[in-house]
Design a protein around this ligand. Structure first.
Ligand SMILES: *[C@@H]1O[C@H](CO)[C@@H](O)[C@H](O)[C@H]1NC(C)=O
Length: 386
């Protein structure tokens, strides 16, 4: 009898420590990737259901009356976007799926208005809950970009904390997950985020530790430097400074998830011969053939262009632990296998709960570059979980 009790106790302890110690590999899927052409086309059929522990479908939106807005009913519903995504769990029962609310293009004003009105906010919480249950997601990821900014108001900080607390109360009985993607701009946190309250009510927090530099600055800079460079005037504009800030605030490290971009930020150099970190630029880099957005290149485009076009120089930026590459006047700061391995190890050594990528459809998911399918997520995961 006693022996059986000990065995039961040991099993229970093992299960609970496993659950609390479960390390997350969180992967966003930008659902519009289904519209990319040729080698760029990506949807749920391209997702390896064993690669990530948590998949997040981007995005849903909100209407001004607090109802949930399906952003693309053709792709999300008619073509079975939500359904195929959630059905990946039939191949891996441990996989968790979430749906992301908001995103950069949605702005801030709609969320600001809803959350500043208790009746609307209460309705919104119920509507979000009903949406998640109806479509069979395991939870919700809130990407309000950002409270008290971009059309928001000062009350957003408290109202966002209330939204999260009320969602937590609604989601907990159903064991649904709740996460948020937050800005890496720690200099604005005093007006945007109530860290202790958010941390208490979220299962995990996705730090968007990227987009630290852009062509608006008129000089080259890395998308996601892990550490500061000597030329940085603001030493907080890097992943390490962001992570350490959250840790210093006393947030449970197991709730902190380090964001890793699977894309580069590109620039057009003023002169092809002045091509280092901080070199003068005249604007964003030319758009990629598939991503079609000036200033951004998907990882697979970068490795594919490096392989198929001559004239590239690749440099390892020792101080910031990320590479950059240039070809004539095109300059790009990005991630490669080496930098994601460094970031995976960093997350592990700092005892973080997870790593996150934006987005899995930016990966070399077809193995066009010869490093295997999903080489970056695999390397990141291997160094984080190993
Ligand atoms: C996903 O892509 C495949 C081709 O790669 C296509 O056959 C399928 O219809 C797509 N699924 C959706 C939901 O559009």
């Amino acid at each position: 009898m006693l022996r059986r009790a000990y065995v039961t106790l040991a099993i229970l302890l093992a299960i609970s420590s496993l659950a609390s110690a479960q390390k997350k590999v969180v992967c966003y899927y930008s659902s519009w990737a289904n519209y990319r052409t040729g080698n760029g086309q990506f949807n749920a059929t391209n997702i390896d259901p064993f690669l990530c522990t948590h998949l997040i479908y981007a995005f849903i939106g909100a209407n001004t009356d607090g109802t949930v807005k399906i952003l693309d009913s053709w792709n999300d519903v008619t073509l079975n976007g939500y359904k195929d995504f959630n059905n990946l769990r039939s191949k891996n029962a441990n996989l968790k799926t979430l749906v992301a609310l908001g995103g950069w293009n949605a702005g801030s004003a709609t969320y600001s208005n809803i959350c500043n009105n208790v009746a609307l906010r209460t309705a919104f919480v119920t509507n979000l809950y009903n949406f998640v249950v109806k479509w069979g997601f395991n939870g919700l990821d809130i990407d309000w970009e950002y409270p008290a900014q971009r059309g928001g108001i000062a009350a957003d900080k408290a109202n966002f904390a209330s939204l999260v607390r009320e969602l937590r109360a609604k989601f907990s009985p159903a064991k649904l997950l709740l996460s948020a993607a937050v800005s890496a701009g720690i200099n604005s946190y005093s007006t945007t985020y109530d860290l202790p309250s958010l941390a208490a009510n979220l299962d995990f927090i996705n730090l968007m530790t990227y987009d630290f530099h852009s062509s608006a600055e008129g000089k080259t800079g890395e998308n996601s430097p892990l550490y500061a460079a000597s030329i940085d005037t603001d030493k907080t504009m890097n992943s390490d400074a962001t992570v350490q800030y959250w840790i210093r605030q006393g947030v449970d490290k197991m709730k902190i998830v380090l964001g890793v971009p699977l894309y580069g930020r590109s620039f057009t150099l003023k002169s092809a011969t002045s091509n280092g970190l901080g070199a003068a630029t005249v604007g964003a880099g030319v758009a990629g053939g598939w991503s079609k957005e000036a200033g951004l290149l998907m990882y697979w485009e970068i490795c594919y262009y490096q392989m198929s076009l001559t004239g590239w120089t690749v440099q390892w930026n020792v101080a910031q632990q990320v590479p950059y590459a240039f070809r004539s006047t095109l300059w790009v700061g990005y991630e490669n296998k080496q930098s994601v391995m460094v970031k995976g190890k960093y997350a592990k050594d700092n005892g973080l709960g997870g790593v996150m990528v934006w987005a899995m459809d930016y990966e070399d998911f077809r193995n066009l570059c010869g490093g295997g399918k999903f080489p970056l997520i695999s390397a990141l995961k291997a160094n984080f979980i190993a």
